[in-house]
Design a protein around this ligand. Sequence first.
Ligand code: SAM
Length: 330
Amino acid sequence: MFQPALQDGHNRRVSYVRISVTDRCNLRCRYCSSPAFNSHFREEILSYEEIVRLVRVLVTMGIDKVRLTGGEPLTRRHLDTLVTQIAAIDGIRDISLTTNGVLLEELAPTLKAAGLKRINISLDTLRRDRFCEITGRDYFARVQAGIRHAFKAGFDPVKLNVVVMRGVNDDEIVDFARLTLEYPLHIRFIEYMPIGSTSDWSGRKMVTGAEVLSLISADLGRLEAVAAAPGSPARLYRLDRALGRIGVIAAMSEHFCASCNRIRVTADGRLRPCLLSDREFDLKGLLRRGAGDDEIAALVRRAVAGKSVAHAMSCNAERKCARVMATIGG
Ligand code: SAM
């Protein structure tokens, strides 16, 4: 049964859900996880059946776009079967994945065949030694192979997400941007956000989108603004004669909450209406108590109705979200 479209208390239509399919990860990025963090046991995270049921309910409310994330989504077995089942739901227009790319060499073709439309790969450095330092694992070559195989499998564009952290990788901004001259990659520079109570985030570590753009144009020339996809949080640019695009996602310095169209579901089944707010709603409890679709839809509607007009995090404050990113899903 179709329901009225999902809308929050500030007249924003919600049409996009990001679902964390696991909080396990094969990397140990210093800023994303925490040494104290233990991933949930298998039975504590949503099963594929529960995820598919939830997506079916969300589709009746006007959600037509799904992104699978984690933790590292490719560490969850048979992810392609989940992709196939979600892609087959009538009303789903787009299904995408955020991954660290470590397992992509092997899995890219299967995911493409399963109906996955788009891929974002997270990579914060182009140097192997630094990759080991940031992620705690020597998998740089595997990520490079993953990127190549994403292209080979036919994903176009392939987007690389770079979280820019002062004193960690801000000296590589221009190197990343230069890649767009040679390859049809979209490089998206993301502002470091105050997530995870034990993370080392501070306003000083954050490099703003404006700073990223001025560093790039000082070295590589004029950046021409180009239109981003509707609802995208990125501002997009192109260097002269570039094959790829450069994007900045300035969630902190120039937040785009006014056009927010998304909700998130954590690996342990909680609905999180705003990435940067710890206000959550227990969907898993409902699903496992045998609630009907109407009851699930009512909870989603209540959660979305109370979505705040803008996130309350600031570049200068030291306040952070309690959850680590690995459990929320980026
Ligand atoms: N494992 C997958 C990956 O690496 O893409 C998906 C999950 S990961 C949590 C998703 C994205 O969140 C990654 O690009 C990661 O760099 C980003 N991320 C983690 N912590 C962040 C933070 N504090 N600020 C901004 N982005 C963050």
